[in-house]
Design a protein around this ligand. Structure first.
Ligand SMILES: NC(=O)c1ccc[n+]([C@@H]2O[C@H](COP(=O)([O-])OP(=O)(O)OC[C@H]3O[C@@H](n4cnc5c(N)ncnc54)[C@H](O)[C@@H]3O)[C@@H](O)[C@H]2O)c1
Length: 250
């Protein structure tokens, strides 16, 4: 059996793929940056393949599911990690910012959930299947300047949980991980310095991080891997915040 990880070329997705591969799981790394997917996959050994796939392209995702199964064996797990961040106040938000967030973060997750749901409905994974979507704590907590991103992540959360409900009778579990600030290229594109992220910015009603540090990608990957694993075999439809307490655990 094998696992698909989207957005696996770098950042949190690469950390998820690395951890799964280290535990002996065959992994298909999908990323719109096909070169990054291939390089990261190559660093993981023969049990990993890298595929250049844009999750906004439904047909490409369907094809990637089949390629992953052909290369690594039947797919029984999916980690939706691909994402983009566009910031800006609602008054200043462009149509393009809105569309970009929704296309990758929400529609991309739907495409991936739909692709595995079709296959698992036709042929249920013998030991159950698992989906984990990496959303964001912005999905549940209002953040100034993040309306498009937060809305897209709330949609991703809902799609994932509805998929989990529909497929539960097949033994499929679906859960959501909501990271807070995590040290990746995406965070580097944010205007706030790490010290401000930890201390908080009262002027924008943003709490700091009670645990006093920005997350490493591995912090998030460990939780994703747990929820994909048999150790979480009775956990489904849950949303787990991995944000050092930043959103006070809604
Ligand atoms: N870094 C943070 O602080 C943070 C916080 C909360 C949630 N997240 C979420 O975690 C996930 C991973 O983020 P990251 O910090 O590793 O970001 P990142 O920018 O380092 O990595 C994102 C990866 O997704 C890929 N990607 C983007 N659009 C894609 C598409 N259309 N199809 C396929 N691949 C695509 C990128 O090429 C990149 O490799 C994202 O969903 C992000 O929204 C990140």
């Amino acid at each position: 059996m094998s696992t698909i990880v989207t957005g696996a070329g770098r950042g949190i997705g690469a950390a998820v793929a690395r951890l799964l591969a280290a535990r002996g799981t065959p992994v298909a790394l999908l990323d719109v940056d096909g070169g990054a997917a291939a390089r990261t996959a190559a660093s993981l050994g023969p049990g990993a393949v890298g595929l250049g796939v844009d999750v906004t392209d439904a047909a490409a995702l369907e094809q990637a599911c089949d390629e992953a199964a052909a290369a690594l064996g039947p797919v029984d797990a999916l980690a939706n990690v691909a994402g983009v961040l566009r910031t800006g106040s609602v008054a200043g938000l462009t149509d393009d910012d809105w569309a970009a967030c929704l296309a990758t973060n929400a529609t991309g997750v739907m495409h991936a959930c739909r692709a595995v749901a079709r296959r698992w409905t036709a042929a249920p994974p013998p030991d159950g299947g698992a989906i984990v979507t990496v959303a964001s704590n912005a999905a549940g907590v209002p953040r100034a300047g993040m309306a498009a991103y937060a809305a897209s992540k709330a949609a991703a959360l809902a799609v994932t949980r509805c998929t989990g409900l529909e497929l539960a009778a097949l033994g499929v579990r679906a859960n959501v991980v909501c990271p807070g600030s995590t040290d990746t290229a995406m965070l580097a594109g944010m205007p706030a310095a790490p010290s401000a992220l930890v201390a908080g910015t009262p002027e924008s009603f943003k709490l700091g991080i009670p645990l006093g540090r920005v997350a490493d990608p591995d912090d998030v990957a460990g939780t994703v891997a747990f929820l994909l694993s048999d150790a979480a075999r009775h956990v489904t439809l849950q949303t787990l915040y991995v944000d050092g307490g930043a959103s006070l655990g809604p």
